[in-house]
Design a protein around this ligand. Structure first.
Ligand SMILES: Cc1cc2nc3c(=O)[nH]c(=O)nc-3n(C[C@H](O)[C@H](O)[C@H](O)COP(=O)(O)OP(=O)(O)OC[C@H]3O[C@@H](n4cnc5c(N)ncnc54)[C@H](O)[C@@H]3O)c2cc1C
Length: 431
């Protein structure tokens, strides 16, 4: 297994963080959580709060927040996918995810955490007249259901309008996870970093093998997002698609104001190679997607990108960024990085419990829409562990088992054929 380093600017200015030592002995616990991103950390937090007497270990291959949670686009979004269109379903999911954003805010306030988070709203851009019309109509349906969206004009070039969601925002995931480390430790969670789990043997007691030791646990939590197929789970359910991201130097506020981005957290569009953009606290413009080259799949579920893909992706993303914001044509790109998305065919996450002993808990498949949901996962999985399934039974992710993605070499061929066939002119962007 190969875990690359996080190169995202979310690390700049983040509080210093002393990593926990690697596992250096065999261990026996009630619950072992694999993965130190939002899913693993929120699950460790809620489980240890609700079950203070249980032995809980959080095992991370590299460092907390090294995965998608520390290297994403930073947009805290409502809904469980950008693909939903049924207004009643959207309204229910909106209520659930807005409450989840409220819960992130409440956690930060309750513990006085130093986390850079702005709940200043996001713009969902319509890049064509037709999508603007549809978005406008949808806003009216959702407003009628009590959701505070607004259809607004946008100064981004080529945008035919945008939906403003005032409840959304921007979150620095490195800050949140680092700030939560002392809370977990205080609640008795044992954290082991630099400890990849290389094999899982299920049973009444589950055995996790690391390179040198064994962890025995009565239950485990799979919190490994895009890395999950390499661990041996959801091989036909989760496709690790590498998403490339770039960031500028801090951009002056007047420039951001000219394009209407000084007071919102960011924007995303609704084209098939979804473009996403957030503005961090220093004014850096963080931009991902927006072009076929910005996404990639590497044979055998690899989660690191090839350097040559990085160059091509950077050039292509910069072009898309400038097509939306021509004012940035001369602004240098200072950072570039990538991270694995855990795509499912239905484009939304799955949370549940499985295994012949019903002791393998999982929350995976966020499909690029996981900042809010992976933080919610801790509450969902803790309820399921407690046997309280009722609150989540109606959710689209409840007990779903993603599947349908063929094995190699069809998986690789399918991805590349699909992107070649669908990457062309019908979805050309403005400019
Ligand atoms: C480039 C990018 C941009 C994104 N932008 C957005 C966005 O703007 N808005 C949004 O809502 N979502 C976004 N997402 C998605 C969101 O970041 C993720 O859905 C979310 O962070 C998933 O959290 P997680 O804890 O499940 O996974 P991760 O944060 O990936 O954590 C999984 C952890 O498991 C560890 N691990 C893996 N295998 C093992 C093993 N065998 N043993 C031990 N540890 C292991 C990894 O090292 C990693 O730290 C983006 C994702 C990416 C990659």
């Amino acid at each position: 297994m190969n875990f690359d380093d996080n190169g995202a600017p979310w690390l700049i200015g983040a509080p210093p963080d002393e990593p926990a030592p690697a596992l250096a002995r065999d261990l026996e616990v009630d619950i072992a959580i694999i993965g130190g991103g939002f899913t693993g950390v929120s699950t460790a937090y809620h489980l240890s709060r609700r079950f203070p007497d249980r032995g809980i270990a959080l095992i991370e291959a590299k460092r907390l927040a090294n995965g998608a949670s520390g290297r994403n686009g930073g947009l805290m979004l409502n809904g469980i996918t950008v693909k939903d269109h049924d207004p009643d379903l959207m309204a229910r999911e909106y209520a659930m995810t807005t409450a989840a954003i409220d819960a992130i805010e409440a956690l930060i306030h309750e513990h006085g955490l130093a986390v850079r988070m702005r709940r200043t709203g996001c713009l969902h851009i319509s890049p064509t007249a037709r999508s603007a019309e549809e978005a406008h109509a949808r806003v009216e349906q959702l407003v009628a259901r009590g959701i505070p969206l607004r259809f607004v004009t946008s100064s981004l070039r080529g945008a035919h309008g945008a939906v403003l969601d005032p409840n959304e925002g921007m979150l620095n995931g490195v800050d949140l996870i680092r700030a939560m480390r002392p809370l977990l430790v205080a609640q008795g969670v044992q954290i082991y970093e630099s400890t990849p789990v290389v094999r899982v043997r299920e049973g009444q007691t589950i055995e996790l093998a690391t390179a040198t030791h064994t962890v025995r646990a009565r239950a485990i939590v799979i919190a490994t997002s895009g890395y999950t197929p390499r661990l041996g789970y959801f091989r036909t359910g989760v496709l690790p698609v590498i998403s490339h991201v770039i960031a500028t130097d801090p951009v002056p506020r007047e420039v951001l104001a000219r394009v209407g981005l000084d007071e919102v957290a960011g924007f995303f569009d609704d084209l098939p190679r979804l473009a996403y953009c957030s503005i961090d606290d220093a004014g850096r413009v963080i931009f991902g997607g927006g072009t076929t080259a910005a996404y990639g799949y590497r044979f055998g579920n690899q989660t690191t990108c090839a350097p040559r893909d990085d160059d091509a992706a950077t050039r292509a993303m910069r072009k898309t960024l400038v097509s939306y914001i021509p004012e940035l044509a001369d602004t240098p790109i200072r950072h570039r990085w990538s991270g694995p998305l855990d795509l499912t065919l239905v484009r939304h996450c799955a949370m549940g419990v499985m295994g012949s002993h019903r002791n393998v808990y999982y929350a995976v498949g966020y499909s690029g829409h996981g900042i809010v949901l992976a933080n919610l996962a801790g509450r969902v999985l803790t309820d399921l562990y407690a046997g309280a399934h009722e609150p989540w039974r109606d959710c689209a992710f409840y007990m779903k088992r993603p599947s349908g993605i063929p094995p190699e070499p069809m998986r690789w061929l399918g991805y590349h054929l699909y992107t070649r066939l669908t990457g062309g002119s019908p979805w050309k962007r403005p400019g």
